[in-house]
Design a protein. Structure first.
Length: 423
């Protein structure tokens, strides 16, 4: 039997190279900030792509930075949280953690998800710890502060709600590990996402949560179960909400659109797994894929265009001022003008990309080996709908089918809010 995935991750060697992984570009004024596996945080001129400064750490940078006024907060696999000057990259302070502090959110204080199974609340002035809350697994996802409550996900399969003093209000148990795949909606659309996550937001919508049990869940903000939608494999891509629909990708290579009640509008077949969020801009969904492409889909599910890079596209795309910014495993940060799909500049990091077999392929195989066999739609769908899903669709096809999110697994006791907690 394979070891637990958390232990395998702890034992693995983080690769060195210029590849850009799940780190989204962060923009402030004319500056664009992003990190790479070559241990550097880069600051570029957003207009030209020319480098302004770079800051070296002791490890790979996988997650997005936080810009607060004239300060930049970010983490590295060297287990440090860094605070540096936005203007020139000068170090202000750094704080070491027991394990890798993967994810950072700012809402008056800093909220950190860490691989020692804790979520931390820190002072942004000096990194002083205010409180910590321990879960039962890795904390990879970004914490969210909504209605003066802290929401966070854990590898222990639970989604947590804490108060601002770090005391648990409730937790919701899913059937698989939770990474960063969630967003929070409001009546007007999306209230919080992994790429727009800072501040204490007000919202009165729902939580949409992807799990390693192959499902996307809908929860109320007080933790009550609404529905879940079953895909063909684990859901590691944070969803996006736009104009009453939910958009997300799955490692089953499909990109989905659902109604707010969990019924599918359509799905689009890509050539690789998807574990990064979509950016919705001008009625188009932009998202990266492990088939080395950046896809642009119309919101009816038809393909508008796609852009081929030299490696898997895991970096969440960001659209500002008619320009789409995203990174690729090929070590380039791209800026594409949306009106004519033209690359106006691209920036190469300081090192060659990491061979995907050295990290991505092995990591995916490790995770797959520790998870249950992907669930087949034909196991629960009516016989009349079986062929519509099992049909071997070609890449680029759009599929619509009448099946709903309801299935025999929806009411199992495991899928319920659990208010009990043991540290």
């Amino acid at each position: 039997m394979p070891k637990d995935v958390e232990q395998l991750i702890k034992e693995s060697v983080i690769p060195e190279g210029g590849s850009i992984s799940w780190c989204e570009p962060v923009i402030s004024g004319d500056k664009l900030i992003f990190g790479a596996l070559d241990k550097h945080l880069y600051c570029l001129d957003i207009r030209t792509g020319k480098i302004l400064w770079k800051f070296i750490t002791g490890g790979a940078i996988f997650s997005g930075a936080v810009i607060v006024k004239d300060k930049v907060f970010f983490s590295s696999s060297d287990k440090y949280l860094y605070c540096i000057e936005l203007g020139d990259g000068t170090l202000i302070w750094k704080k070491i953690f027991p394990e890798w502090p993967m994810s950072i959110t700012f809402a008056e204080n800093l909220y950190i998800g860490c691989n020692d199974s804790n979520v931390y609340c820190l002072s942004p002035e000096d990194g002083r710890m205010i409180w910590n809350f321990r879960t039962g697994g890795f904390m990879i996802g970004y914490p969210a502060v909504i209605n003066s409550l802290v929401y966070c996900s854990s590898f222990d399969s639970n989604f947590y709600c804490l108060d601002l003093d770090g005391k648990m209000k409730w937790k919701f148990l899913t059937g698989g590990r939770l990474e960063w795949a969630y967003c929070i909606s409001d009546e007007s659309g999306q209230a919080w996402s992994v790429t727009d996550r800072h501040g204490n937001r007000n919202a009165n919508g729902n939580i949409y949560l992807g799990s390693y049990d192959n499902c996307l869940y809908s929860l109320s903000l007080d933790g009550k179960f609404n529905w879940k939608f079953l895909t063909g494999k684990r859901v590691g891509a944070p969803p996006a909400v736009h104009d009453g629909s939910i958009y997300f990708g799955s490692t089953d290579k499909n990109f989905y659109s659902l109604k707010q009640n969990g019924v599918m509008n359509w799905r689009f077949v890509t050539g690789g797994l998807i574990d990064t969020p979509a950016c919705i801009e001008n009625n188009t969904a932009y998202f990266g894929c492990y088939d080395n492409s950046l896809y642009a889909l119309n919101l009816d599910g038809t393909q508008a265009w796609k852009f081929l890079t030299g490696g898997p596209v895991m970096s969440p795309p960001i659209a500002i001022g008619g320009i789409l910014y995203f990174g690729s495993w090929d070590s380039y940060l791209y800026a594409i003008r949306l009106r004519d799909k033209k690359v106006i500049w691209k920036f190469k990091t300081g090192s060659a990309p990491v061979p995907p077999k050295d990290f991505l392929t092995d990591f995916i195989e490790i995770v797959d080996a520790t998870e249950k066999k992907p669930f087949s739609f034909s196991d629960w769908k009516p016989e009349t709908l079986k062929k519509s899903y099992e049909w071997k669709a070609e890449v680029g096809n759009i599929i619509t089918s009448p099946y709903k999110s309801e299935n025999p697994y929806m009411n199992k006791p495991a899928y319920k809010m659990d208010t009990r907690y043991k540290s």
